[in-house]
Design a protein around this ligand. Structure first.
Ligand SMILES: Nc1ncnc2c1ncn2[C@@H]1O[C@H](COP(=O)(O)OP(=O)(O)OP(=O)(O)O)[C@@H](O)[C@H]1O
Length: 234
């Protein structure tokens, strides 16, 4: 693994939806080689931040750099984004979705995706519309995690699955993760995610409230990230 490099850099990032300020001068610096939890209460701006980093939402003020590039075609080539809503054609089979990704993304690794689909216990011949919400989420995760990206942005990837399946999904997410990439993953389910987190970013009202290495935060607060989260948002 090479020395950590800054992959996400946001300075004074502000995003307004009309009169509502969703991000309010947010500053954030994230380096490669870590899994970072993006935590915060409903409406604090997590999805807005991830969409801007993914290059699918514009109209913001301030500066954003992904591996040195402003969000756009060049940054998108290195960013794998899993939105919190379904984005695959409902009537398609898993095999079609695999081909779609292989055609669309030059860095898509079909073997990895097939491995993950099997790991999740899914059949390539299955149609999405015949699957449960949790199964469809697994397909989307398998696709998103099979790109050879530097930055992975996952928006609430385990929210739709039952507690028993969450562990399997997290195992799948970290299964092939390269040590040089950055995984930023938003969730309310801090307890489930905590074992895989190297660092956490807690947001409030469109700003970073608390950020740090997971072990440092646990040490400073003499508490788990889950307890810190609950105390912070009580
Ligand atoms: N397209 C939009 N138009 C208007 N307001 C929006 C839009 N998208 C988000 N917002 C508002 O911006 C704020 C931040 O929303 P965002 O979805 O980024 O929060 P979040 O932290 O991801 O929330 P959750 O945890 O509920 O998913 C909220 O007040 C939300 O209502």
């Amino acid at each position: 693994m090479s020395a950590p490099t800054t992959l996400v850099e946001a300075t004074g990032l502000t995003m307004r939806y009309g009169a509502l300020t969703a991000l309010d001068g947010l500053d954030l610096n994230l380096a490669s080689g870590q899994i970072v939890g993006l935590l915060g209460e409903n409406g604090c701006g997590k999805t807005t931040l991830l969409k801007i980093l993914a290059g699918v939402l514009s109209g913001y003020e301030g500066s954003v750099r992904i591996d040195g590039h402003a969000p756009g075609p060049e940054s998108k080539a290195h960013v794998s984004f899993l939105p919190d809503t379904g984005f695959l054609p409902e009537s398609a089979r898993v095999s079609y979705c695999l081909r779609l990704y292989a055609d669309f993304f030059a860095d898509f690794q079909l073997d990895k995706a097939r491995d993950l689909i099997g790991f999740f216990g899914l059949a390539e011949s299955a149609r999405l519309k015949e699957m449960s919400k949790g199964m469809r989420e697994k397909v989307q995760i398998a696709l998103a995690m099979s790109r050879d990206a530097r930055v992975f942005l996952l928006d609430e990837p385990i929210s739709g699955v039952d507690p028993a399946a969450r562990q399997l999904i997290l195992d799948g997410i970290v299964r092939n993760l390269s040590g040089d990439s950055l995984l930023l993953i938003s969730t309310h389910l801090v307890h489930d995610l905590e074992p895989i987190l190297d660092a956490a970013v807690m947001m409030r009202h469109g700003r970073v409230l608390l950020q740090g290495d997971a072990d440092d935060l646990r040490g400073q607060h003499s508490a788990s990230l889950d307890q810190i989260f609950k105390e912070t948002y009580r």
